[in-house]
Design a protein around this ligand. Sequence first.
Ligand SMILES: [Zn+2]
Length: 691
Amino acid sequence: MSKNPQRFTITAALPYTNGPIHIGHLAGVYVPADIYSRFLRMQGHDVAFVCGSDEHGVPITIKAKKEGVSPQDVVDKYNGIIKKSFEEFGVSFDNYSRTSGKTHHDTASAFFKKMYDDGKFIEETTRQLYDEEAGQFLADRFVTGTCPKCGNEEAYGDQCESCGTSLNATDLINPKSAITGAVPTLKNTKHWFLPLDQYEDWLKEWILKGHKADWKSNVYGQVKSWIDDGLRARAVTRDLDWGIPVPVEGGEGKVLYVWFDAPIGYISSTKEWAEREGKDWEPYWKDENTKLVHFIGKDNIVFHCIIFPVMLKAHGDYILPENVPANEFLNLEGKKLSTSRNWAVWLHEYLEDFPDQQDVLRYVLTANAPETKDNDFTWKDFQARNNNELVAIFGNFINRVIVLTNKYYNGIVPEPGEYSEVDEKTIAELKAYPSVIASSIERYRFREAQAELMNLARLGNKYLADEEPWKLVKTDEERTKTIMYVALQIASALSIISEPFLPFTSAKLKNMLNQSDINSGQTPDWDIIGTKEALIPAGHQIGKAELLFSKIEDDQIQKQLDKLEATKTANEMENKKAEPQKETATFEDFTKMDLRVGTIIEAEKMPKTKKLMVLKVDTGLDKRTVVSGIAEHFKAEDIIGKKVTVLVNLAPRKLRGVESQGMILMTENTEGKLVFVNPDEEGVQSGTTIN
Ligand SMILES: [Zn+2]
């Protein structure tokens, strides 16, 4: 064990189970939490790394209503998908739970009850919107109406998505129930509130003074502005039938607010794990020597830095988080990731297109992690980092070492001679890496830590390139052995130190080096690099070379970009609103218009214009000139012979000096390209009237 083995409880934000997870979730929360947890275990610490699905709340009930299924069906479906994605990407949770499970219901219920018994809540009766037809109170999201600020007629009871204003359901003009469409009435209802304002001074002391130096500036800044604005009591119960019933008198028909029960899910998940492992869960949440760290995205800062700590403090039995290293947001190709708009790279889809390349995504997401500001994921950068770093540096170095060792020594690690100055320096640098990387990880700087991992691969690559054993082997066999021995030590170190970042690569590399059980001793894995005389001893038999990474070609990237382009088009199509219907036209109005089938017999772009094309059209009555604004969309030679719809009795008018005697009917497709209103069926003759 390490000198100071410590107990850690690491939590990762509970994903909300109304959709699968995408790269933004992975980059913001789960990869950094996994790196941290794997690193701590490799240092010999006692770690509980827990997570689970957040399965309560109004959005799930709305989704269930929309799809005509039960809320349980919705959460069962997505819990399965999400859990599988985490497993596939090597996120090493000790336990992945669900908030709809019994352990959680019992734990959250008891937590509320104790606070209630201790008088920690304020009871208040408020007037809330009620749907008489459905016989239930309406949660904010179940009310729509006109935004008092911008006039958007589809604002929700908690927010207008058009102007971004945060609202109360009672602020809406012409409120309507989203369940039945009925006009809601106001009715009294009792709720329990957590008086955050009473904890303001304590929060100032604990966070603003106590964690000024060690919390990330983006987190500290957000917390400070919340506290500076003044805190108010928050309702911790809701009138809803999906969730954890309020376990006290008067609580019938009410559930715990999803934000009250969800973070308690960390505790329930730890309990489940401890029970399975035959351990006591309590020290992980109640012992002052345990470090509690919450990994979250920036949208959860207020809940994890203010509300949950106040709950823990008010309850009284629990420790408080040591740190909350929240990340900012990851964008995709310059745009905000969005589940509802399908603007995302979904993990399960990624693996279909890049099978067995989980580590490439983990690598790129960490290299680009939004640690201090929002950051952008682009497919070009993904390709470049894979090809120029993972393939060209890490993969190339390992491949050379394994191939040459097999070629020169039948895969047996050679006996080294005396070290040169370069060898000494290289080994000394190698031994320093674990503490350099550790210092970055301990400060939650995962990008920096991973960059150092790549620097270790660079060290190996450069060493081989400078020493050129493939040349030296012809003239100095003894020196070649020493070089290969040193290179093998670097390869072995890489197999260990890459584990938190690239767990699949690490396992593959250990297997290639025939070192899957590299450490059977008492020293933690992380420390043996600095302390062990030979990481891979002379005489050890290694295995054959396998490809660790492979080049990603342009067409693979193009395919991903095309997919996003298709999403963009689909979104535009969905958002396109049909123009309102025009004034009523009488039958007489309509028959005034003489619409005929015509055939284009000549076409020529009008010189010095961008859009205009001069057409000769056979209308069946005559052959006449029509000027049409279609030159940007069609080539002249492609439309000759085409049957079109022509308004033949439109008053003639001159366009750039050419008289147009009619109009060809056009419309446009979803991409904005003009298309003909098409009478192009076989057997339809020019001159036929359209009515
Ligand atoms: Zn608005």
